[in-house]
Design a protein around this ligand. Structure first.
Ligand code: ADP
Ligand code: ZN
Ligand code: ZN
Length: 728
């Protein structure tokens, strides 16, 4: 008996053969269980893929495994096969694919039983008790208040024992997962026709006979059109049927606000899988999903690998968001895997966005997806009025042009809140010497350092490298150091000068690093404590700012002329998403966009006709240029500390690839990467493209193991990216 095993965190695209433990019962070796195996001098965790009788390695050289960890397979069969399929689609090592899919504690070999926790929950009597009756026991009053708000808390104290004695709280020991329902509940809205149609289509899919193939639904709904309401009503049905709903959201939009809407709607705990939770919380939620106990699971990218006992639906919110694509290691797209998983499990898949990706629009056009539209804002909110501010000939201080300031004053006078968007943090992106022309560059990346005034340091936004403010020019010793350009830190300073009496909140990675800082800021914003919000990308998604009446994009030009072919698409999405933050409630919002290219045709289309027409025009350009989604790309990247090594290596890869003579695949390059140097390494890339997936995969299937076995392949770092979303 030979055990074929995937070893976690081994980047090699191959499996390893081992022998069973001498004298052990063969029946314990079920594919899908974890094992501990000797690997070199170490012990590693592996997953049993299959039990066979043949090995290419002579039997006397095979080693026995050390330990069997699980008594039953870790994942349901369908998920196991999804992982195998993903490994072959992305041409990635199965050991790393498994590693990505498993919670950290399971990767480390920990047991897979649901962690138990002691919680204190409120009784009916406790919920009805008037807090003032505890005025003479302030600590008890405080605890009861917490309980009334949260329903349950962990952590014991003498005061808690008092509450228990009075019958206001009870102690329970149980498997805990997720977030308990909110105390304040909300009821479903009466849907408008478009929402109702979307709900009906998916409800019908849910009622289909098991095994019927289903078409994924793309829900294109302008911001505020009630997509979330549609999700909630669909999930209600899923839950009523005793099934589970898996909801994927972009990394930065999984805010307490988002979770709160689910907690208010459902009288069920919500399992949450994202990086903000600790390892045992994540394991607990993962296990609750696997056992079927958790009915609603919300998570970021890697949650697509959550095992589900009774899968009912997969919903991907903001499906265009690039955080669904992992950009290192196993470079999978959670959105694409959602569609694959849905097809495999025969369950509905719903992709929602105000600004669908061109990939999804193309799939809808070709009939692979069914597109449904929510064209109007739900409730009373009107669409915002959008205007361009031509800043070509304007003198302006730090991106605050006179017309912009005037508009701002108008809104401030009417007590509106203003949101300013700039996707550049720090004080200034460049530091120059006025006498000799020296500029500060990161030696490892050969790009400018960004000056951060708060820290008084120069920071490289590509590799994270830092150095102190030089004080004087390192070249000529001159003291005329000048900062050029503006990031959020500098704009904040300029705003304080312009509006000294107002409160301004800056939201970027620098101001929200501390745990809980983002939540605090959001709460302040909702309480109306700040008149002006200034932020980066972090502000654009999933947040509801009901008091915001005006949104300004300080610099729209980066996207129009970015080096990447997706730059235009992303700019259109960003402008639309940011604009969607304006005027969500009673007041009509206003959006101002500052640009040096007011006549850019696509920008004009976006403003006059909206995202769908913009997308159609930009997609037509992609088609002419044979770019995705009209062509399939795979990027082979390489990097090395030695200049030229990556290019040489890719040249060899190209020759190997050409030698297989697979028709219909075009090989372009190798070329230096658009960002040639990063963190001290020189980078290059080779593009493989085809109008058909099949020949491309045929080629990769032969090419990857071949590269892996070359000597050169071990000297440089290289990776393969199927369907890349960025070309850097
Ligand atoms: P989206 O997810 O598309 O941005 P939401 O679901 O957040 O939109 O809805 C925007 C606002 O409209 C929310 O405050 C929501 O409660 C409200 N809403 C949604 N559907 C309806 C409806 N059918 N009638 C009235 N209000 C609605
Ligand atoms: Zn100088
Ligand atoms: Zn750097």
């Amino acid at each position: 008996m030979i055990l074929r095993i995937a070893i976690l965190s081994i980047p090699l695209r191959r499996e390893f053969d081992y022998l069973p433990i001498a004298g052990s019962d063969g029946a314990i070796y079920q594919p899908g269980i974890r094992l501990r195996v000797p690997f070199g001098k170490q012990q590693r965790i592996g997953i049993l893929l299959e039990v066979t009788t043949e090995s290419e390695i002579p039997k006397n050289r095979l080693k026995p495994i050390t330990e069997v960890i699980d008594s039953t397979p870790l994942l349901p069969q369908s998920l196991h096969s999804l992982l195998l399929k993903s490994a072959s689609y992305y041409h990635h090592a199965i050991g790393e694919v498994y590693e990505t899919a498993l919670p950290v504690l399971l990767r480390q070999g920990k047991g897979s039983s649901q962690p138990e926790q002691v919680v204190y929950s409120i009784t009916e009597k406790g919920a009805e008790t008037d807090l003032n009756s505890l005025n003479r026991a302030p600590r008890q009053r405080q605890l009861l208040e917490q309980l009334q708000q949260k329903r349950e808390i962990s952590g014991s104290s003498t005061f808690m024992r008092e509450l228990i004695r009075k019958g206001l709280a009870v102690r329970e020991s149980r498997a805990v997962y997720g977030q308990p329902p909110a105390v304040e509940s909300d009821t479903p809205h009466q849907l408008n026709d478009e929402q109702q149609q979307a709900v009906d289509v998916v409800h019908k899919q849910l009622e289909q006979k098991a095994g019927t193939p289903l078409t994924p639904v793309l829900l294109e709904g302008v911001t505020g059109s009630g997509k979330t309401e549609v999700y909630l009503q669909i999930i209600q049905k899923v839950v009523d049927m005793g099934k589970q709903a898996l909801v994927l959201v972009p990394e930065i939009s999984l805010t307490p606000q988002t979770v709160e809407r689910f907690r208010q709607r459902f009288d069920l705990p919500i399992a949450l899988l994202h990086s903000g939770r600790n390892n045992s919380e994540r394991l607990g939620d993962w296990l609750a999903a696997r056992s079927g106990e958790a009915k609603i699971i919300i998570g970021t990218r890697s949650a697509i690998f959550t095992p589900l006992r009774n899968p009912g639906i997969i919903i991907v919110d903001e499906e265009h968001d690039s955080s669904f694509k992992q950009q290192e290691g196993f470079r999978y797209s959670a959105r694409d895997l959602a569609v694959l998983r849905g097809r495999q499990e025969r369950i509905p898949v719903l992709l929602g966005s105000a600004t669908p990706s061109f990939e999804s629009l193309h799939n809808a056009e070709s009939g692979k997806y069914r597109k449904l539209i929510l064209s109007r804002r739900a409730g009373r909110a009107e669409s915002p009025q959008i205007s361009l501010i031509d800043v070509r000939s304007r003198k302006m201080e730090h991106l605050l042009s006179a017309p912009l300031l005037e508009k701002m004053r108008g809104h401030l006078a009417e007590n509106g809140q203003i949101l300013l968007f700039l996707n550049r943090r720090g004080y200034a992106p460049t530091l120059l010497c006025g006498s000799c022309g020296w500029s500060s560059t990161c030696p490892r990346c050969e790009i400018h350092y960004t000056f951060h005034r708060g820290k008084n340091r120069l920071i490289c936004h590509h590799c994270g490298g830092e150095r102190p403010w030089p004080g004087s020019c390192p070249e000529c010793n001159g003291s005329e150091l000048r900062t050029v350009g503006a990031g959020t830190e500098r704009i904040e300073e300029a705003l304080h000068r312009e509006f000294p009496q107002l409160s301004i909140s800056r939201i970027d990675r620098d101001t929200t690093r501390r745990r809980g800082a983002m939540d605090e800021k959001l709460q302040q914003i909702h309480a109306g404590e700040h008149q002006i919000l200034l932020g980066t990308q972090m502000l654009t998604k999933g947040h509801h700012f009901p008091k915001v009446t005006m949104v300004a994009i300080l610099d729209a030009d980066g996207g129009l002329f970015g080096s990447d072919f997706r730059a235009t698409e992303q700019m259109g999405q960003l402008i639309t998403q940011v604009s969607g933050r304006a005027g969500r409630e009673e007041r009509r919002g206003e959006v101002a966009i500052q640009t040096r290219n007011p006549d850019h045709p696509l920008l004009q289309t976006l403003l006059r006709e909206g995202y769908p027409t913009f997308a159609a025009e930009a997609m037509a350009e992609r088609k002419v240029a044979a770019l995705p989604p009209y062509n399939y790309f795979t990027l082979v990247r390489a990097e090395s500390v030695q200049p030229g090594a990556a290019l040489n290596f890719l040249q060899q890869v190209k020759e190997m690839a050409s030698s297989y003579a697979i028709s219909q695949v075009e090989i372009l390059g190798p070329v230096a990467s658009p960002m040639e140097k990063r963190a001290g390494r020189y980078r290059a890339q080779l593009l493989l493209q085809s109008s058909y997936r099949k020949p491309l995969h045929q080629l990769l299937t032969i090419l990857m193991p071949a590269i892996e076995s070359t000597k050169e392949g071990r000297k440089v770092r290289w990776s393969v990216d199927v369907d890349p979303v960025d070309m850097f």
